[in-house]
Ligand binder design. Structure first.
Ligand code: 5GP
Length: 178
């Protein structure tokens, strides 16, 4: 892994795929231990979740269904604080166990909105599992149920995460260089 440049900004190698994979395996096992007698619905938050979602599913050993929704909260490298629904979940989740899979939880604005959306749909239970978590940026009281890897409050790209549309296809995670 070497330093890369996206839209004129430099990024340094930060988390190699092997470490990501290890964290995901642990997450999938932890979720399985809790839900093995149920058939949960994993709801992926697009677009950033694509790689995590797919790798998590491959590690999950139990019965499950999947769905997606799409939100928008970021422009450039700063959170706008505004979260909009771009695509709602296209299936009935009422009275179901739902586990939201997120690529990253930063300020928590998106998480609060996700909770509101899912509670409105009268789910039976709701948990949030995020691959990455920025504890120093998180500003909410709501508990994040499951975290893969905690990272400092610095912008990252790769493994599904973009910088203005680019970088999602990088298999490893890179951190912005200041
Ligand atoms: P929050 O609402 O928690 O502030 O932000 C959540 C969303 O912002 C994530 O789903 C993700 O799309 C985006 N985001 C937050 N931090 C980062 C980051 O470091 N890099 C990238 N590429 N996106 C981020």
């Amino acid at each position: 892994m070497k330093e890369i440049e996206i839209h004129g900004k430099k990024f340094i190698p930060y988390i190699a795929f092997e470490e990501i994979e290890h964290a995901i395996k642990n997450m999938a096992n932890e979720v399985y231990d809790e839900y093995k007698d149920e058939r949960p619905i994993f709801v992926g938050v697009l677009n950033g979740v694509v790689m995590f979602f797919s790798d998590f599913l491959k590690q999950y050993q139990g019965e499950c269904e999947i769905s997606f929704l799409k939100l928008k909260s970021y422009e450039g490298t700063e959170s706008t604080g505004k979260v909009q629904i771009e695509m709602d979940i296209p299936m009935d989740v009422e009275n179901r166990h739902v586990i939201i899979l997120e690529d990253i939880v930063d300020t928590g604005n998106t998480l609060i909105e996700l909770h509101r959306i899912l509670q409105e749909k009268k789910v039976k239970s709701l948990k949030v599992a995020t691959l990455l978590f920025k504890p120093d940026a998180y500003k909410k009281d709501l508990k994040v149920d499951l975290v893969g890897i905690s990272i400092p409050d610095k912008f990252v790209v790769g493994y599904g995460l973009d910088f203005d549309g680019l970088g999602r296809n990088l298999p490893d995670i890179y951190q912005i260089k200041h």
